[in-house]
Design a protein around this ligand. Structure first.
Ligand SMILES: [Zn+2]
Length: 240
């Protein structure tokens, strides 16, 4: 069921690196790179989530045991743009604007609920990309949207309602050609990736090259930024 991350989706299976430039991401997805959530149900392109930092914090979470990736909904960008709010942060996230337009939160929530309730048979598939740097992105792969909830978040006295979207990596790990190294690289948190990328200044920790880079385990369990040679990964998808 669903697409294999290493499969034929959009024909981008055998890349030397999951790291891409903003221009490449734009060409591939056509989405506004400032917007975290981009809903698409038809037209041959998948929906897109962009993992962006908000006030120095990433709100996404990964639970390895249940293989559940949690993505937080978007704040009220419309009311922000209209100058009604200093920031979207202090208010509840909305499913619908006052003019009746459904927000992306609302569209994804509806799709998630429909799948969770068995109304739709196939989950909505979403491409997820993490922002490493203003011009650099990481392809986290394709996920299935399996559920969503509205939850209360925030510090005491400043609580608000936010949307949480629950996703599973698309494709069956056991049945896919994806290596353990690729899987762990993909699921490494954006917080960790950004810290490693920034410290390494976008270069291989061994030879300083800036091409075909990976987040790979260098010694023991520590991840480092390494080129495909020093990461011992001749090409994505093969045993590595
Ligand atoms: Zn190297």
């Amino acid at each position: 069921m669903g697409s294999n991350f290493l499969g034929e989706v959009n024909g981008y299976s055998h890349r030397a690196s999951p790291i891409l430039s903003a221009a490449e991401l734009l060409a591939r997805t056509g989405v506004n790179l400032q917007r975290g959530m981009n809903y698409r149900e038809s037209g041959g392109l998948l929906s897109v989530f962009l993992v962006l930092e908000h006030d120095g914090v990433y709100t996404d979470e990964w639970d390895e045991d249940s293989e559940t990736y949690t993505f937080q909904g978007h704040d009220s960008t419309l009311r922000q743009a209209q100058g009604e709010l200093p920031k979207g942060k202090q208010v509840d996230q909305l499913a619908m604007y006052s003019d009746g337009r459904v927000t992306d939160n609302g569209k994804f929530y509806k799709a998630a609920q429909a799948f969770a309730e068995g109304v739709r048979r196939e989950p909505l598939q979403i491409e997820v990309y993490e922002k490493l740097d203003p011009g650099v992105w990481f392809d986290k792969g394709i996920f299935n949207l399996v559920d969503a909830k509205q939850v209360t978040a925030g510090a005491k006295g400043a609580e608000r309602k936010v949307f949480k979207f629950y996703l599973n990596p698309a494709g069956n790990r056991a049945g896919s050609a994806e290596s353990e190294a690729d899987y762990h690289e993909r699921m490494l948190s954006a917080t960790e990736k950004v810290a490693i990328w920034s410290e390494a200044q976008g270069r291989c920790a061994v030879c300083s090259t800036q091409s075909a880079l990976h987040f790979a385990k260098s010694n023991g369990n520590n991840f480092a930024l390494l080129c495909e040679t020093h990461a011992s990964r001749p090409s994505r998808g093969l045993l590595g």
